[in-house]
Design a protein around this ligand. Structure first.
Ligand code: MD5
Ligand code: FE
Length: 203
């Protein structure tokens, strides 16, 4: 079912469940070409989440800052192509949430092992804040923190399960958000991890 959490925030429960095996196979192929890796923040902290990317642009972080890069810094090669089914999934979910014509050029793959978390932050490395962001949750469940436009604003806790798709746009695009530490568990398809696909228009 479709749940509007805020004016520009829509949770599509189980939206990706029917194609979970196809998505997992595609993720496996991408991370064979561009392996998941831990990145350091500009402050020198190691992130607990492991990341990779596909599409025209990949999100990278190092001592010089956060940015989108056309090549994987680990091997100098372009990121793997974004599979057609990824683009269709993101575009369809965005349209169902009221954002038609979404054409993502970047897909970040975040892998959370038990204990991994993401601190409160805003997504502001993209050029065009008018495009929505689409997030697909797979594997172990997680508690998502949906904050406000200021860091100190109280955050809503939202349970995200396998197959859930969240779309953010308009006035909610710049909300602070994060993910609480993932609890240990075993998912039948993905095993001991949560994978999140984040689709964006980076450039
Ligand atoms: C995740 N990833 O579950 C999340 C899904 C990231 C990240 O946050 O930056 O890699 S995307 C959540 C998101 C994106 C844009 C806006 C908002 C949430 N929001 O306004 O809450 O790995
Ligand atoms: Fe984010």
């Amino acid at each position: 079912w479709v749940e509007r959490l805020a004016p520009g925030t829509v949770l599509l429960h189980g939206w990706a469940c029917a194609q979970d095996a196809d998505l997992c196979a595609a993720i496996g192929e991408i991370i064979r070409l561009a392996p998941l890796r831990g990145m350091a923040t500009p402050g020198g902290q190691n992130m607990s989440v492991q990341t990779s990317s596909c599409g025209d642009w990949g999100w990278v972080s190092d001592r010089h800052g956060y940015r989108y890069a056309a090549a994987d810094p680990q091997n100098g090669q372009p990121w793997p192509r974004m599979p057609e089914r990824f683009r269709q999934l993101a575009q369809g979910a965005a349209a169902a949430a009221g954002f038609s014509g979404f054409l993502p050029d970047a897909c970040l793959i975040n892998c959370y092992l038990p204990g991994a978390r993401m601190g409160l932050h805003q997504d502001k490395d993209e050029r065009d804040f008018a495009a929505p962001i689409v997030s697909v949750s797979l594997g172990l469940p997680a508690v998502f923190l949906l904050g406000g436009l200021r860091r100190a604003d109280r955050a809503l806790k939202i349970a995200l399960h396998h197959g859930d798709v969240l779309v953010w746009g308009a006035e909610d695009r710049m909300r602070f958000h994060g993910v609480q530490p993932v609890k240990p568990g075993i998912h039948p398809l993905l095993g001991e991890r949560r994978i999140n696909l984040t689709f964006r228009k980076a450039r």
